[in-house]
Ligand binder design. Structure first.
Ligand code: ADP
Length: 378
């Protein structure tokens, strides 16, 4: 099937056209600066998208559209065929993802207008983590806060996590239902997920994608009292939001968000850059240790996304902290550059360490095709 994959942001729209039979990318693009004069809104962006796609496809027809939707709340545990009610449900979840969900809803409506009658599927970043048990998703705060505001752990990066866990289980020849592992998705946003029997049982992101690991510009875990302290010092909610989401993490520690630059600065003797790497690796290693316990002994540790796939030095730094688990990295295998699934641990390592390239668009395209075909059979 020819699937248009759409990732709508508040001011940008990324797209790819994928062929789910050949796994080819037929075309892709980015329309940004939505809201400015040339592209005033998502409708205008979709018009431009359809022109670009129309030219690239030369007569071939898109058969369905898959949308990346950040927040599916407690309702969505798998991809769904979109109708008006679903679009409204995505909008109603906007308080939980104020930048992303309204953009997704606008993207869906714009597609419906531009391609009337085309099946659309919403694929949720949170859905994979709907299998979390209460002991992992519940925060130890009064119940009305959960009931009234939905304050609980949701987790994100689910589409990527599901995709790489299938590839990893396949690579190791372990049936997915028996696959216990820890997945480290390390991109600009970063998270760790504990997989038991191929399902997510814990994950480091929480109510929002701010929790957990040190990220490009996000703090990850901090003592929540710091927010209260700052509020009393006169910081507004917006100040704190911006501080923790956009001015923290690697940027705050090293002055940079790009791991390549941080690594070369550290190698050149920059102490702040070195400390940023140490803090990030240490935090991740503690999560991996914790999740190894959570899943009852992981068979594999999986590195994925920009940093996980490309940064051999950071992977080595993390694995070096896992000596207590008897995990050993194979330096030669670790330094190989490749786009394939690969093992980077030694034969005598107690846990397999894998690098698994993720492809969220591919995962969304496949989920979209499957959902449309399943709906057709009903
Ligand atoms: P996202 O999808 O979350 O925006 P990516 O998965 O593309 O992010 O990852 C971006 C991160 O990957 C950046 O921090 C970048 O520094 C890092 N990265 C990309 N390529 C390399 C590389 N060759 N070596 C080290 N880090 C890399």
């Amino acid at each position: 099937m020819l699937i248009l994959v759409v990732n709508s942001g508040s001011s940008s729209l990324k797209y790819q056209v994928r062929d789910t039979d050949t796994h080819e990318i037929l075309t892709k693009g980015l329309i940004d600066r939505i809201g400015e004069s040339e592209v005033p809104d998502h409708r205008a962006a979709l018009l431009r998208l359809s022109e670009e796609v129309g030219q690239a496809l030369q007569g071939k027809k898109i058969e369905a559209v898959g949308h990346r939707v950040v927040h599916g709340g407690e309702r969505f545990s798998q991809p769904v065929l979109v109708d008006n009610e679903i679009t409204r449900a995505i909008e109603r979840l906007s308080p939980l993802a104020p930048l992303h969900n309204p953009a997704s809803a606008m993207g869906i409506r714009a597609v419906a207008e531009r391609y009337p009658g085309i099946p659309q599927v919403a694929v949720f970043d949170t859905a994979f983590h709907r299998t979390l048990p209460p002991r992992a998703w519940r925060y130890a705060i009064p119940t009305p806060l959960y009931r009234r505001y939905g304050i609980r752990r949701y987790g994100f990066h689910g589409t990527s996590c599901g995709y790489v866990s299938e590839l990893a289980a396949d690579f190791l020849g372990i049936p997915l239902e028996e696959f216990d592992a820890v997945v480290a998705h390390l991109g600009n946003g970063a998270s760790v997920t504990a997989l038991q029997g191929g399902r997510s049982i814990d994950t480091s992101m929480g109510f929002t994608p701010l929790a957990g690991l040190v990220m490009g510009t996000r703090s990850g875990d901090i003592d929540p009292s710091i927010l209260v302290f700052l509020a009393r010092e006169g910081y507004s909610a917006d100040d704190i939001d911006s501080l923790l989401n956009r001015e923290s993490g690697l940027l705050a520690l090293s002055g940079n968000t790009d791991m390549r630059e941080i690594t070369s600065a550290a190698e050149a003797g920059d102490q702040q850059a070195e400390l940023a790497l140490e803090i990030s690796a240490y935090r991740l290693a503690k999560y991996i240790g914790g999740y190894h316990v959570a899943v009852g002994g992981a068979r594999a540790i999986i590195f994925t996304a920009g940093i996980g796939e490309n940064d051999a030095a950071f992977r080595a730094r993390v694995v070096a902290l896992l000596g207590a688990l008897d995990v050993r990295i194979d330096e030669a295998a670790n330094s190989v550059r490749s786009n394939e699934v690969r093992r980077i641990s030694t034969a005598d390592s107690a846990i397999e360490v894998l690098v698994v390239p993720t492809d969220e668009e591919e995962a969304i395209a496949e989920a979209t095709a499957e959902t449309v075909l399943a709906a057709g059979r009903e």
